[in-house]
Design a protein around this ligand. Structure first.
Ligand code: PLP
Ligand code: LYS
Length: 434
């Protein structure tokens, strides 16, 4: 079990932000997503300090898909980050949170007309064009609105990074971006450069998520600068912006070897600076777009143990009051998590259990065959590192209500998302008409 940030064991009880899990669950119910604010703040500070250069400006855009709600947009804005959004819903949330539109990157491999219009209307700082077709759509809509839009093109640098197949994004058959190896991409860039309503600034790439090996990132940086040099030469045009995406792997369980962000980000800067010099290139801004590495380890999900069961075959289960509805990642990616009986950290009588949720699915498993203190009903089970892609991927399957989200720091609690109610569940339901 690895504790992050302010998480600590006080007399056998897990405390986060100075507050016991018992008091948090008593007040806010369960399941409950808890965000350790101090830890996110430390990560953001570390990233800001490590990712900077004297040769170009740097920007960190938080990939909001990892965990987004109004408060999180406000929080990352207060911390000076930019924002990556990938849908009208994310953009709308950012807008409602008063996130400065000029600091937003609008992504998506299949942006609808509605989304593009919205991005233009909101004066989104940068639209990340994903394809030739999207350029045509966007340029027409920009012309109709009589607005020039800032654009970077998402390209696929063909870097094969080792991670789960579902979260790789840069293989040759990936659905994202246009390949840098496809000669037609040069024509596309030329068309963008020449378009009256497009201000073409540069490139975006992203090689995948939860990647532990730093080398593909270093290769990505080098390949992109080679490509930029080629484009500048061929088109006699100055590329200003390079966005290298996110994907930095984090610790979920003892099998993971997370990226050391400080060393890694400084190394990326060094590689970029050296390569720029070698190629006699200049670039105004380099951006990164981390999501998981900013928020994952700050999150803890607290559940109540409802019951336990030993099957006829001898398998032992702990049943909790949430499951795949609040954390789909084990079912979807065979993701591994660590968990504990959080109100009895010092107990030593353990057994091997599988933690299962309450959904009507055999695959509704959170943790498989790990050691836990023999639990009592109503004990609190904590699952760690649930800050990214848990709340944002939550569902109402089996009509379960989505949990509340709180941020904690220095014994203060900020309820940032209310627990759903029965009314929320049926809000859009209409009556059957004979
Ligand atoms: C375009 C883009 N940027 C950023 C991210 C964030 O990735 P991560 O959360 O792994 O940092 C993703 C997700 O993979 C992405 O698709
Ligand atoms: N949802 C994925 C990451 C996808 C990243 C976005 N391209 C996960 O939970 O690991």
């Amino acid at each position: 079990m690895k504790l992050f940030g302010s998480m600590e064991n006080i007399n056998g009880v897990l405390h986060i932000g100075g507050l016991s899990v018992n008091s948090l669950v008593n007040t806010y119910g369960s399941p409950l997503y808890v965000i350790d604010r101090e830890h996110v703040e430390n990560i953001i500070e570390l990233m800001k300090n490590s990712f900077k250069s004297k040769k170009f400006s740097t920007e960190i855009a938080y990939a909001s898909k990892a965990f987004i709600n109004k408060a999180m947009c406000q929080f990352v804005n207060a911390k000076g980050l930019s924002l990556d959004v990938v849908s009208d819903g994310e953009l709308y949330t950012a807008k409602l949170a008063n996130f400065p539109s000029e600091k937003i990157y609008m992504h998506g491999n299949n942006k609808t007309d509605e989304e593009l219009r919205m991005a233009i209307e909101y004066n989104v700082g940068t639209i990340v064009v994903d394809s030739k077709e999207e350029f045509f759509k966007l340029s027409k809509l920009a012309e109709i609105s009589n607005k020039t839009v800032n654009v970077i093109l998402r390209v696929n640098p063909g870097i094969d990074a080792h991670t789960h197949e579902y979260i790789q994004t840069s293989k040759f058959d990936s659905k994202f971006g246009e390949s840098i190896f496809d000669d037609s991409v040069i024509t596309l860039i030329k068309n963008m450069i020449n378009h009256d309503y497009i201000n073409f600034l540069g490139f975006h790439c992203h090689i995948g998520s939860q990647i532990f090996d730093e080398k593909p990132f270093y290769a990505e940086a080098e390949v992109m600068l080679d490509f930029i040099k080629k484009v500048e030469k061929l088109l006699n045009y100055k590329i200003k912006v390079l966005n290298l995406g996110g994907g930095f792997g984090i610790y979920y369980s003892s099998e993971d070897d997370p990226i050391d962000l400080d060393i890694f980000l400084k190394k990326i800067i060094e590689i970029l600076e050296n390569k720029l010099e070698e190629k006699n290139l200049n670039i105004e801004k380099v951006a990164i777009e981390p999501g998981r590495s900013i928020i994952a380890n700050s999150g803890v999900t607290l559940y109540k143990v409802g019951s336990t069961k030993t099957t006829y075959s001898g398998k032992k289960y702990i049943f909790v009051d949430g499951g795949m509805t609040d954390n789909i990642r084990p079912a979807l990616y065979q993701a591994e998590y660590e968990g504990v009986i959080a109100n009895r950290l010092n107990d030593t009588t353990c057994d091997t259990y599988t933690v299962a949720g309450k959904c009507c699915e055999s695959g509704d498993i959170l943790i498989k065959n790990k050691n836990f203190v023999i639990p009592n009903n109503n004990d609190i089970l904590a699952v760690f590192s649930t800050g990214a892609y848990n709340y944002s991927m939550a569902s109402n399957y089996n009509r379960l209500k989505k949990p509340a989200v709180i941020m904690v720091k220095d014994k203060k609690v900020n309820l940032i998302v209310k627990r759903e109610t029965y009314e929320d569940l049926i809000r859009n339901d209409l009556d059957f008409e004979e």
